[in-house]
Structure formats: structure tokens, C-alpha cells
Design a protein around this ligand. Structure first.
Ligand SMILES: Cc1cc2nc3c(=O)[nH]c(=O)nc-3n(C[C@H](O)[C@H](O)[C@H](O)COP(=O)(O)O)c2cc1C
Length: 183
């Protein structure tokens, strides 16, 4: 079984998850910019294709590109993973996972979330400014819970809550014994 991991990453968290996944599945790895240059035949070589993008304002970056492609790959094992600054147990993550795919897409694809972090040093200037403004608006929230206050304070500087263990469900799905190709 041949696996391809495609990713896009601004500050490195998603790239690292993509590398961990490629290593574990013995698969190939491509930055989305290189994937976009490949013709349709290239992807025929793979039995499973997984796309990882970072979370931006509740969306998965370049997710639309992958979903459009994936509609033509329904005979393959397909997965997406999103890497964000929120911890896995943040309720927003559940909402995101629930709404990211249509019922039709859920028939042939699964989506996962992996907690990443924030790296202000590696962020491009517009992202850094957007985040600083976002965090300062959050910190003014009057009805914030104690948990949220801790989170907002944490978001004011760089942090890393990524862990290789979060790839386990994705690997299990991509290589699952119950693997059956969708028709
Ligand atoms: C403009 C902007 C918006 C973001 N929005 C979210 C978000 O909605 N949810 C979230 O969990 N993280 C959000 N993040 C955090 C990133 O998803 C997080 O830093 C991620 O680990 C970056 O991955 P990368 O290192 O692969 O670029 C946002 C970051 C930026 C810069």
C-alpha cells in the first residue's frame, strides 16, 4: 500500500506532523506547492492520500483544494488533518471537525485534528499582527472562564503543544486492517 502525505505549513507544526506521518506510513511527502504542479497520473500511484493544513480562523488552509481533488479519488483511502493552536479538547475543535466535511464527503474521507502551537518568530508579518490583535481582543472578553483566561494568556507568546502521539488515529485509519476501498 502506498501513501502520500501533502501539507501546507507556515511556521512548521503541520510540516512536522506530515513528516511524522510519512515516516510512520513509509509514505511519500509533498509540500502543496509541489503537489499542485503534478498531473493527474501522478496521484494514481497512491492507495491512500492524506492532506494536512493549519487552522486559520476556523478553516483548514487550502482544504478546498484538497476536497476538490479528493472528489475524483474516491477509490482511495482519504484523510485530512488540521493543525491549530487550540488544544485537542477545545470544544471549538469538535465543532470544526463536525462541520468541515459535507455528509457526502464523510462517505469517503475522514478528518482529524492535531494540536500544534504558536510560533510568532516564524509567522509572516500579517499573521503575526492578526494574531496579536485577536489575542488582545480575547483578553478583553469579560465573561471568559478561568480556563479561557489561561489559554488567552498562553496565546500571547509562542508555545508548542504538538506531540507525535496525535498521529496515531490517522495512521490507524490510513493503514487500518479494516481497510476497504470506497466505491
Ligand atoms: C491568522 C491566524 C489565524 C489562526 N486561527 C486559528 C484557529 O481558528 N484555530 C486554531 O486552533 N488555531 C489558529 N491559528 C493558529 C495556527 O493554526 C497554529 O499556529 C498552527 O500550529 C500553525 O501551523 P503551521 O506551523 O503548520 O503553520 C491561527 C493562526 C493565525 C496566524
Amino acid at each position: 500500500m502506498k501513501t502520500l502525505i501533502i501539507y501546507t505549513s507556515q511556521t512548521g507544526f503541520t510540516k512536522r506532523y506530515a513528516e511524522w506521518l510519512a515516516e510512520r506510513t513509509n509514505g511519500d511527502i509533498l509540500d502543496i506547492k509541489d503537489a499542485q504542479k503534478k498531473d493527474a497520473d501522478y496521484f494514481e500511484n497512491y492507495d491512500s492520500i492524506c492532506y494536512g493544513g493549519w487552522a486559520m480562523a476556523g478553516n483548514i488552509v487550502k482544504g478546498k483544494w484538497f476536497l476538490e481533488k479528493a472528489a475524483n479519488w474516491q477509490n482511495k483511502r482519504l484523510a485530512m488533518f488540521c493543525v491549530g493552536g487550540s488544544p485537542n479538547d477545545n470544544p471549538d475543535v469538535d465543532v470544526f471537525l463536525k462541520n468541515a466535511l459535507t455528509d457526502e464527503q464523510k462517505r469517503y474521507m475522514k478528518i482529524f485534528y492535531c494540536q500544534g502551537g504558536f510560533n510568532y518568530e516564524k509567522m509572516k508579518a500579517p499573521s503575526r499582527i492578526a494574531m496579536k490583535m485577536f489575542v488582545s481582543s480575547l483578553r478583553k472578553k469579560k465573561d471568559a472562564t478561568e480556563e479561557e483566561k489561561v489559554m488567552f494568556a498562553k496565546m500571547a507568546s509562542s508555545y508548542d503543544i504538538s506531540d507525535v502521539k496525535y498521529i496515531e488515529p490517522i495512521v490507524a485509519y490510513l493503514e487500518g486492517e479494516k481497510y476497504e476501498k470506497a466505491v
